[in-house]
Design a protein around this ligand. Sequence first.
Ligand code: PGA
Length: 249
Amino acid sequence: MRRPIVAGNWKMHKTAAEAVELVEGIKSLVAGLDVEIVVCPPFTCLETVCAALADSAIGLGAQNMHWERQGAFTGEISSDMLLAAGCSYVLLGHSERRQFCGEDDSLVNRKLACALQAGLCPIVCVGETLQEREAGRIEEVVLGQVGGAIAGIEAGAASAVVWAYEPVWAIGTGVTATAAQAEEVHAMMRHFLAGHLGKAADEVRIQYGGSVKPENAAELFAQANIDGGLIGGAALDAGQFAAIVKAAL
Ligand code: PGA
């Protein structure tokens, strides 16, 4: 059985003081629940949030990292720095980074190889735009991103990846994919992964992301191939985030 995983992507929100307030609220609401829970605050709050999480089972993740372990890369953050700050997870290839920061599949591939080597659990985001969906290119785009991310990575290592299917048109828009639309793509991804990983694909977790709210989470998470969610806007509210976590039970 796959253990559901719900992660909060805080994006560019929360100072360190605000982050502690949010995480204290989340902690008190989700204690003891049998769901893998992760929060991904901005880099500047990682150490503070790590300290606040010391007495909790909630995991800490970053929203991005560089593909080299160190070097002359002004403004960048390495996997070793994330580990030292207390991270166990890292988001890679989020659509906002693909869209606004020029990240492509080969860059995501290099970051993924680095994260796996460092021992971080990567959450790799994939998803099609509305234009691509309407042009009937969902499979080509999504599976292209999945295949591109794991290209050249040995199957044993690639099995440790958590995936997040996030249709770009559903992110921050209030428009969620229907449970059936999401399940169709998740099943497609798992079938594709089975071609690379064999039986291990049955154990791989695939989150859904894009306007997940307490009202729609239960139906999405009830689908056979949906193993939790990657939550943006609703992760900034302790009550909403906790309600979504409970929907994954
Ligand atoms: P949203 O964001 O929940 O605000 O749509 C999801 C994400 O970008 O990971």
